[in-house]
Design a protein around this ligand. Structure first.
Ligand SMILES: [Zn+2]
Length: 147
């Protein structure tokens, strides 16, 4: 099922942990509507990244999956507001974060996080704060998009 032109429900709910543990991870109708709004925001990011293919590594985590991966219950992934992704055809996660940060007026993200140099986390909660952070290899959040 398509959530938007370039993003499917399947890639937003896919999870190795869910598969391994037999967790369905299917969203409620309310969460599905949120996922569609999140996918619409991801379309804007895709445009900013030159329409290069985006690889979603983690999108929605339903309550059972979120608990299984040790996620906090108010995680933006559990709220269907967050996406972890790569866009190797555009550049490194750092390059991707810098490009999105530069277009903050077009993509009103709540949090944009450069995660341990390996992927990009972006969330679109209501009343977006426009925070740009880096999660260091030591597991600390620091302000700004840092290498
Ligand atoms: Zn994330």
């Amino acid at each position: 099922m398509q959530l938007s032109e370039h993003f499917t429900l399947e890639e937003f709910i896919a999870s190795d942990t869910a598969r391994a543990r037999g967790i369905s991870n299917h969203p409620s109708p309310e969460m599905l509507e949120r996922l569609k709004r999140t996918a619409a925001q991801m379309e804007k990011i895709r445009t900013i990244l030159g329409n290069k293919p985006i690889q979603v590594t983690s999108g929605y985590r339903g309550p059972e999956l979120n608990a299984a991966v040790g996620g906090v219950s108010n995680s933006h992934h559990a709220q269907a507001h967050a996406v972890d992704f790569h866009c190797p055809a555009f550049g490194s996660p750092y390059d991707v974060c810098k490009a999105i940060e530069a277009k903050q007026k077009e993509v009103k993200y709540d949090q944009l996080i450069h995660e341990q140099r390996s992927w990009v986390h972006v969330s679109f909660a209501p009343n977006p704060r426009g925070q740009a952070l880096t999660l260091t290899a030591a597991g600390e959040y620091v302000t700004g998009i840092q290498k």
